[in-house]
Write a protein that binds this ligand. Sequence first.
Ligand code: NAD
Ligand code: TDX
Length: 332
Amino acid sequence: MTKMLITGGAGFIGSNFVHYTLQNYPDYQLTVIDKLTYAGNPDNLAGVLEKIEFVTGDICDRELVDRLVSETDIVVHFAAESHNDNSLRDPWPFVESNLVGTASILEAVRKHGKRLHHISTDEVYGDLELDDPAKFTPETPYNASSPYSSTKAGSDLLVKAWVRSFGIHATISNCSNNYGPYQHIEKFIPRQITNILSGIKPKLYGEGKNVRDWIHVDDHNNAVHAIIEKGRSGETYLIGADGEENNKYIVETILELMGKDKNDYEHVNDRPGHDMRYAIDATKLREELGWEPKYTNLRAGLEATIDWYTENRAWWEAEKAKVEAAYAEKGQ
Ligand code: NAD
Ligand code: TDX
């Protein structure tokens, strides 16, 4: 058995990673550390909690992290504050969890000589123009826009520095926008689905021309497994599934799939500093590691996601009013 420590395993992508790993990689023995912030929910691990070790704790707690890392073979580091809009309201938790938390993991990995895979985002590269044929590659210079993306960029640079200066065994992946089950309802797609289910009109920032490169969370996670198995130490791999669409298209498609008039949404205040377009060139991942996405039909993926939120009202309903009240304060 290989021991794997998963940080942030009660969040959206981390909990899907736990489920995916238990189903597809029975040789891993899993430990999760999660602070259970507003975004972490043990219900995301319902049915599998008895198969893993779950530790409620903060990755900034260096003593705890040191012990957990000393007991594992590999660390897969998902834990972070993850929402751009929150980082514009209060950047401090982003600086603490994303920068200090990552440094705490790195020091323990260095001390105990363990393998690390660091999960990051395409937002570290800033944004592209709508008419630019270019996509992000591992050579694109870092140019982050928000407190969220700049702390993620900083966390990547910490990992790169620990690789170069101390020779730790680490890989990094930068993935595009994920969708799927267990995503917090503050995020774009689940917010609109749960708005419609609650009788609230979907909310589009600005004109809705901004483009995101959507990938199903299981495709992100099977790419992470490919990197853990076959990735070269010290390397960065970009993860994306050629899913570029603008936000207006996504809102209209959700409305249509839910049997509503596709124009029945509201334009609300734009996000300050709103990145225009993200697009991933995943050639390195595809050619070097032989990875291919499985969910290539975004419409079908959205339909399945709508079904999940429709069937799991109890999972999100109690949070809905609070999330919408925070947005309403900003006219969003
Ligand atoms: P999420 O907000 O749903 O989950 C984050 C989890 O980390 C939560 O369970 C939270 O409790 C935990 N956490 C936060 N701070 C912590 C701390 N100090 N100590 C321990 N646990 C802590 O986020 P997500 O969307 O699942 O994102 C996971 C990772 O993937 C992040 O690193 C994010 O930057 C990255 N990422 C996300 C996307 C996306 O589209 N959501 C895309 C690319 C990369
Ligand atoms: O109500 C909304 N209306 C709207 O038009 C919300 C919540 C968002 N938007 C827009 C903003 C973005 O252009 O939709 C797009 C997606 O927004 P988010 O879901 O907040 O994602 P984004 O800011 O693109 O960042 C996401 O992808 C990269 C994740 O939250 C990050 O964790 C990841 O790093």
